[in-house]
Ligand binder design. Structure first.
Ligand code: NAD
Length: 354
């Protein structure tokens, strides 16, 4: 099994290095797994003038999964759009047709204090948001600004979902739920939008082949409210691109710890790109203080979803839980005045706990 490691910019190299060390530890224990690095984002632009060089794409194509750090930084903000670091990320998503975005929002009991909600509302929270990533109003045509019949300018976009697009994301959600709490809540706005009534009908139909999973439906406005009222009622939430964009950010902030949250973007072959949800954090880059746990938890998702190594995935997640229980904290998740550890020390602790 081969993993392409694209560290990127800012804290990217520091945090992916800790995940690579975890992989090396798993390999020492007999997991047949290797890694190879390639440049992406600003680092790739500096080296070759392209945020996604051909050599990087080639490496990803011959790998089983991609572990991605983060890209971007103030240095690149003035570049023309096609040269910007985030183009590396967007082009990878497009090239591999990564239509399924999996964003867990988990609150480890020890970190419940980091949330802006009361600890009892979020302690033990474990939600998985499955967001469709390549369709919906973000990509629908036609779109633009035009002059209407009354002679007034108007902006317009097209919300559109093909049946096959809904089917494949629904399957991902039901299959993910089977490995968890066996409940899927599909979020739509079927009372107002034709596209999302169609979404509801198709998800209901796909459910016929997944009867062991409980399916419920919820309007997006209610879902936004329920996520802060009683987030623990959810197991898996499946939704379209726009609603998922908003709800997944809302859910991640329930946890209060951006340095803890992993994500996966998968295609139909279970090939995927795995990355922390945070960015390149230029404000702390190079200081050795970034939290590597979101990246290490992304590795656990990679092992589970792309490599089929559930036992190894659980080992990594258990190790992370253990270091938190031992009281180790990087600065972003520490309570005020408590001792903190750096990026590498946190990596050391996870490896020891493995
Ligand atoms: P950010 O996520 O990089 O940082 C937000 C805040 O969270 C900062 O204070 C940062 O220090 C802190 N933080 C983030 N990750 C952390 C970690 N692992 N440990 C400790 N603290 C952490 O978001 P931003 O500042 O808005 O963006 C910075 C750059 O990252 C921009 O160039 C942006 O475009 C890029 N970005 C990239 C991605 C990606 O690669 N997927 C995602 C978001 C932003």
């Amino acid at each position: 099994m081969k993993i392409a490691v694209l560290a990127g910019d800012g804290i990217g190299p520091e945090i992916t290095e800790q995940a690579e060390r975890v992989i090396a530890a798993l390999a020492q224990d007999g997991l047949r797994i290797e890694t190879e690095r390639a440049l992406v984002g600003g680092a790739a632009y500096d080296a070759s003038g392209d945020p996604l060089p051909e050599s990087t794409l080639k490496l990803c194509e011959k790998s089983d999964a991609i572990l991605f750090g983060a890209v971007g930084g103030p240095k690149y903000d003035a570049l023309p759009r096609p040269k910007r670091p985030e183009q590396g990320l967007l082009r990878l998503r497009k090239h591999f047709d990564l239509f399924a975005n999996l964003r867990p929002a988990t609150v480890f009991p020890e970190l419940a204090h980091a949330s802006t909600l009361r600890p009892e509302v979020v302690a033990g929270l474990d939600i998985l948001i499955v967001r469709e990533l390549t369709g919906d109003i973000y990509f629908g045509q036609p779109r633009g600004v035009r002059t209407n019949e009354a002679g007034e300018r108007e902006g317009f976009d097209t919300m559109r979902y093909a049946e096959s697009e809904i089917r494949r994301i629904a399957v991902i959600a039901f299959e993910a739920a089977r490995k968890r709490g066996k409940r899927v809540c599909s979020v739509d706005k079927a009372n107002v939008l034709e596209t999302t009534q169609f979404w509801r009908d198709i998800v209901t139909d796909v459910h016929q082949q997944h009867r062991d999973i409980e399916l419920s439906h919820m309007y997006v406005d209610n879902a936004a409210m329920q996520l802060v009222r009683n987030p623990k009622q959810f197991d898996v939430i499946v939704t379209g691109n726009m609603f998922g964009d908003i709800l997944s950010d809302e859910a991640s902030m329930l946890t209060g710890s951006i340095g803890m949250l992993p994500s996966a973007s998968l295609n139909a072959r279970n090939f995927g790109m795995y990355e922390p949800i945070h960015g390149s954090a230029p404000d702390i880059a190079g200081k050795g203080v970034a939290n590597p746990l979101a990246t290490i938890l992304s590795l656990a998702m990679l092992l589970r979803h792309s490599l089929g190594q559930e036992a190894a995935a659980q080992r990594v997640e258990t190790a992370v839980r253990k270091v938190l229980a031992q009281g180790l904290r990087t600065a972003d998740i520490a309570e005020q005045g408590k001792r903190t550890v750096g990026t590498r020390e946190m990596g050391d602790a996870v490896i020891a706990a493995l």
